[in-house]
Write a protein that binds this ligand. Structure first.
Ligand code: T46
Length: 134
């Protein structure tokens, strides 16, 4: 499974750093939604689902966390530790976010508006969905 990580270019000067992201240019889709999570309770695993269509970029803009990606054949763990790196997650990939540091803020740029019917929240159903797709 190919892991696609974007390294964004910070505009640094003697005042600090600034990262600017533009849809299509820096992000490979039109950004329809932005959300973020923080105050994540120690030991929890978030996610545990796949999306039928949604594409996303995850950026841990403060602190750190890990993301497990699973395409039904292979699973890989990607640490997110820098505010200038973004993990691309395509549709039909099972994702789990865990090992959040106490100060973690995970920002997500999404290609679609929120739609519960796009979620596959059961792992067996996810495997079946892939089977149907093949
Ligand atoms: C994903 C991972 C990386 C909304 O009302 N609107 C939204 O845009 C989102 C994302 C969530 N919600 C509501 C639905 C739930 O009642 O917020 C609550 C928490 O959502 P969820 O349990 O889906 O959160 P995570 O962290 O498990 O998953 C989220 C995204 O939902 C998902 O698309 O890929 O982050």
């Amino acid at each position: 499974m190919q892991i696609i990580k974007y390294m964004f270019k910070p505009h640094g000067d003697d005042r600090g750093q600034l990262v600017a992201l533009e849809e299509i240019k820096d992000i490979p889709f039109t950004i329809k939604r932005v959300y973020y999570m923080y105050d994540t309770v120690s030991g929890v695993i978030r996610g545990k689902h796949a999306h039928k269509s949604l594409q996303q970029i995850l950026i841990c803009i403060h602190g750190s966390c890990k993301v497990r990606l699973d395409n039904g054949t292979e699973s890989k763990v990607v640490p997110l530790e820098k505010p200038y790196e973004g993990l691309y997650i395509s549709n039909i990939v099972w994702r789990e976010m865990y090992d959040f540091s106490e100060d973690a803020v995970l920002l997500v740029l999404a290609s679609e508006l929120y739609d519960e019917s796009d979620y596959i929240r059961d792992y067996d159903e996810f495997l079946k969905f892939i089977g149907k797709k093949k």
